[in-house]
Design a protein around this ligand. Structure first.
Ligand code: ADP
Ligand code: GLC
Length: 483
């Protein structure tokens, strides 16, 4: 029998998104349905989620979740079952899912996501009438406590299902001061090195990892990298102790949402066979970013403006990029200092550099369709999705050799060019010289039109659909539930 899986996460497209986690959680139900696995998603009831679930049914009322009343609503997510934790005291707030409109974290995030975990644990342990699950799949620190509650505070006699903890980004661990422990409603024994305690505080991701039957992350290279202190960020020892049991499963992309042949957001649709039609999208993008028209490559960046994404180093290389005949269109939000430095670069290079600060899904599609190359200079990248969208749209990825970027892009070295296999450019080390050199290589390769077109076609015809990764998750679920 195929298992029924409860997927617990804090974001999912199209309802709520701050990054790639939402893309993945939103795509998983269909990816697993194709494998015969039924997946029900549990999301927090943020205003946007409640608003989108107009015909939601009330499934259950919790008397109190860490002291506040809450209800469980049943709705659909992209045609698949969705459960919403409607807890106004925790989630009915303006701003983002984790902080206020200015980006400052909510001070009670520990309580919000502990309550979310508590509800998920009750569900997974069969405490809600009419709902039964064979496995619970928790994503990132916001869902980690679900596994800790199941392990340490399940109702007597409840059957605890096997669990998967997926790490989408080790840099976000949900780490809180020790004094929150007494308010979590966990027994004293949970305060232990192999429990929820982490470096003297409470670690939500760590708690989930300790309790999980299996741990996964979103690429094989990142699964190896997080054994080292540089990437493990304090949890490398725990990863090492699970040696052999931490799997890296590369994310797929939603090929209906991200398909240049049918994309409603772009000026002109195209396929690998009609690449010349991309020009209309490039012209539209130049106009939108007020860039000069010329023969050089148009680089794009779509990113959170953070240290992780190497955006500080990107800023340093802009003069070089323009100096050798490139142009840049960037869409991003995040660090205000980086945004200011980008604006200054745009002022230095009118007609060559265009910057949009903000979050704009439709614009991100137009950029992938009109740009020649997408720059992804991340210092670390668990998987990365923008380079995959770049491949699908013939916007050649120029990426740092780390995590999922290393696993998904074939560098245009002599051997790969000779074999006709290259899909992009990789560079090692996120500092000025390697990034500037990679940009130079891109400008140089771009001049060879037939070679560049071949790289675009290789990327566009590569399979990054969910088919492969869906099978990997389905097999993992089946292994864990087969007893
Ligand atoms: P991360 O989740 O670490 O930010 P990913 O590459 O996995 O990195 O996913 C980022 C997702 O967010 C992609 O879907 C990307 O297109 C989108 N994105 C990032 N910044 C913006 C932005 N400013 N506007 C629109 N989409 C963005
Ligand atoms: C995280 C990572 C990113 C990954 C995404 C989805 O946000 O930073 O690399 O693609 O999760 O798994």
């Amino acid at each position: 029998m195929s298992p029924h899986v409860l997927s617990v996460a804090s974001e999912a497209v199209p309802l709520v998104k701050t990054g790639g986690l939402a893309d993945v959680v939103g795509a998983l139900p269909a990816a697993l349905a194709a494998q015969g696995v039924r997946l029900t998603t549990l999301l927090p009831g943020y205003p946007a989620v409640i608003a989108a679930a107009k015909r939601a049914k009330v499934m259950h009322s919790f008397d109190a979740l860490l002291g506040e009343p809450a209800r469980l609503l049943s709705a659909t997510l992209n045609g698949h079952p969705l459960l919403i934790l409607d807890a106004p005291a925790y989630f009915a707030r303006d701003g983002g899912p984790y902080g206020d409109a200015s980006g400052k974290d909510w001070p009670d995030n520990w309580r919000r996501f502990a309550a979310f975990g508590r509800a998920a644990a009750d569900l997974a342990a069969g405490q809600v009438k009419g709902l039964a699950f064979d496995l619970i799949h928790a994503h990132d620190w916001q869902a980690g406590m679900a596994l800790a509650y199941l392990r340490f505070a399940s109702p007597k006699g409840a059957v605890i299902p096997p669990s998967v903890m997926t790490i989408h980004n080790m840099a976000f661990q949900g780490y809180f001061p020790a004094n929150v422990f007494s308010k979590l409603g966990l027994p004293k024994k949970a305060w232990a090195l192999d429990g929820v305690e982490s470096y003297g505080g409470v670690g939500f991701l760590k708690a989930g990892m300790e309790a999980a039957s299996a741990i996964t992350t979103v690429s094989p290279t990142y699964a190896r990298e997080i054994r080292e202190a540089e990437f493990g960020m304090g949890l490398e020892g725990l990863i090492q102790s699970r040696e052999g049991r931490v799997r890296g499963i590369v994310n797929g992309i939603d090929t209906i949402e991200w398909n240049p042949a049918t994309d409603p957001h772009i000026a002109k649709t195209y396929t690998p066979k009609t690449l010349s039609k991309r020009t209309a999208n490039k012209r539209a993008l130049e106009a939108e970013f007020e860039l000069d028209r010329d023969d050089g490559p148009l680089f794009i960046v779509i990113s959170r403006l953070t240290w992780q994404k190497g955006m500080d180093v990107l800023v340093e290389t802009i003069d070089h990029l323009v100096g050798i005949g490139g142009r840049l269109a960037l869409l991003g939000s995040g660090d205000a200092t980086i945004a200011e430095a980008l604006h200054q670069a745009a002022q230095r290079h009118p007609g060559k550099v265009g910057i949009r600060i903000g979050y704009d899904e439709a614009l991100s599609h137009r950029m992938q369709a009109g740009g020649d190359a997408i720059l992804v200079p991340s210092r670390f990248e668990p998987c990365g999705l923008t380079q995959l969208y770049g491949l699908a749209y013939g916007c050649v990825p120029v990426v740092a050799r780390t995590g999922g970027l290393a696993d998904t892009i074939i560098d245009a070295n002599l051997a790969a060019l000779d074999a006709g296999a290259a899909t992009g450019i990789q560079f090692t080390g996120v500092t000025y010289a390697p990034l500037a050199d990679a940009i130079s290589r891109a400008v140089h390769l771009y001049r060879d039109r037939s070679l560049w077109t071949a790289m675009q076609r290789n990327g566009m015809t590569a399979d990054f659909s969910w088919a492969r990764s869906g099978t990997a998750y389905a097999n993992l679920y089946k292994d864990l539930t087969a007893t």
